[in-house]
Design a protein around this ligand. Structure first.
Ligand code: CMC
Length: 428
């Protein structure tokens, strides 16, 4: 028997279907509410609003579960490569050996960016934040590939656009860094795997080869997998809504990149290190900063703590914390800032304010610390998040386009002036 929900409004009862997902999560389908009753729902921040049905990622914030296409994040992080996970997210199943090889070869063949794009990079000031540069560069790709402009042109065109973007993003990301330090751009090396190639473009110089330490490539592979998708977060929802206007993939992803940049979202990994530096420069008194974070009259928040959906623990943080300890150990890193991070984590986990609000360290608390250990410059941390999140955004965009979703267009409750007459300037 199918369930319905009943709303009583102005003495009249309206019925709406209840939808159930494959993991038994339930939703009231209110898509006919306004047509039937004239009412809309109001939910700032979309805390209770589902914007789509999706078969890509399942997340249970209470139980700390995260699965891509049904596969637990713990298994993928331990056993898979980032390219394999990208295939899984985008095409919905784990690839066969041939499918994975073809996918890898196609991505490898598209790693170069058009030489003209170098001039765009050079026109940016050295102090330009790499996220601003990256978003513009990704959008600019659309100008070089006119066949990408119509997202529905053909499956073949869609695939080539997807492969190009996955291939070129590491090149654009590394070049946005090279430009910021005014170092020569390093071209991709197609014999290297995805992570090692990115590290080569970041750290090699024409005068000096760089071969990534396998420990570092492996850590990066894990970090990218952990960030690869996270259902309808701010940047993914943005990518889907922007794409719902049927603009091309590059423009939709550029919008996702800008949404990720903010400190409440992907920008938190940069903010964590900046916060730790601030605490260290202030003398390292962790208790003082915990008090500041709890003070409602102080805008300071503990960056890297709290999450909209995880209310017990962030499963990505559990994996990454282990990886973080292992990597610091293997690389023999002893940084006083890490002691502050550990103290902060301990105090916050024992403090009632944080416990009662379910504020735990999230993935970005540890990812920032690992990126610092890997010598990734702080302003590049959110760019690293972009590298990881790209296959998720692509998969979500593809699902939205292929599902023929309507254009995203929320309603509002107007709270401004009622109609009034224009007053000529001399009478104001
Ligand atoms: N430090 C101190 N207090 C906090 C924090 C924090 N980091 N996060 C939430 N709170 C308090 C908040 O003041 C509120 O208290 P009260 O109920 O007394 O008013 C309560 O906890 C609930 O917070 P909220 O802002 O209503 O929760 P939200 O779901 O809207 O926000 C969040 C989630 C992630 C934006 C927020 O926890 C935050 O700003 N965290 C710091 C930034 C951060 O680390 N972001 C990265 C998230 S993980 C990466 C990603 O997927 O984007």
């Amino acid at each position: 028997m199918s369930e319905t929900a009943k709303f009583e409004l102005d003495g009249q009862v309206y019925e709406f279907p209840v939808i159930e997902g494959t993991e038994n999560e339930k939703a009231i389908d209110i898509s006919s509410l306004r047509g039937k009753s004239g009412y809309i729902t109001l939910d700032p921040g979309f805390k209770n609003t589902g914007s789509c049905q999706s078969a890509i990622t399942f997340l249970d914030g209470e139980k700390g579960i995260l699965r891509y296409r049904g596969y637990p994040i713990e298994q993928l992080a331990e056993k898979a490569t980032f390219i394999e996970v990208s295939y899984l997210l985008i095409y919905g199943h784990l690839p066969s050996t041939k499918q994975l090889n073809d996918f890898r070869i196609s991505i490898t063949r598209h790693t170069l960016v058009h030489e003209d794009m170098k001039q765009f990079f050079e026109a940016y000031p050295a102090k330009a934040h790499p996220m601003g540069v990256l978003a513009s560069m990704v959008c600019s790709l659309s100008t070089f590939y006119p066949e990408s402009l119509d997202p529905n042109r053909s499956d073949e065109d869609k695939d080539i656009t997807i492969h190009r973007l996955l291939a070129k993003l590491p090149t654009l990301a590394a070049w946005s860094y090279k430009n910021s330090v005014r170092h020569p751009f390093m071209y991709p090396k197609n014999k290297l795997d995805y992570c090692s190639n990115f590290l080569h473009m970041m750290f090699a110089m024409p005068t000096e080869d760089y071969l990534a330490d396998p420990i570092i490539s492996k850590a990066l592979n894990t970090l990218l997998i952990l960030h690869a998708d996270h259902e309808q977060n701010c940047s993914t929802a943005t990518t889907r809504v922007v794409g719902s206007s049927r603009v091309n993939l590059y423009a939709s992803i550029a919008a996702g990149i800008t949404a990720l940049w903010g400190p409440l979202h992907g920008g938190a990994n940069q903010s964590v290190i900046e916060m730790l530096e601030q605490i260290q420069n202030d003398g390292g008194d962790v208790d003082k900063w915990i008090l500041k974070a709890k003070d409602k009259n102080d805008s300071f928040r503990l960056m890297g703590f709290g999450h909209r959906v995880y209310k017990n623990f962030d499963p990505r943080a559990t994996i990454i914390k282990k990886e973080c300890d292992a990597i610091l150990d293997k690389l023999g890193i002893d940084d006083p800032m890490l002691d502050i991070a550990k103290k902060l984590e301990k105090v916050a986990l024992e403090d009632d304010y944080f416990k009662s609000r379910n504020l735990y360290p999230n993935v970005d608390f540890y990812s920032g610390i690992i990126y610092k250990a890997l010598k990734i410059p702080t302003e590049m941390f959110t760019v690293m998040f972009v590298l990881g999140r790209l296959p998720g955004w692509i998969a979500q965009w593809k699902e939205m386009i292929e599902g023929g979703e309507p254009i995203g267009r929320p309603r509002q409750v107007y709270t401004g002036e009622n109609e009034r007459d224009y007053v000529p300037i001399e009478k104001r």
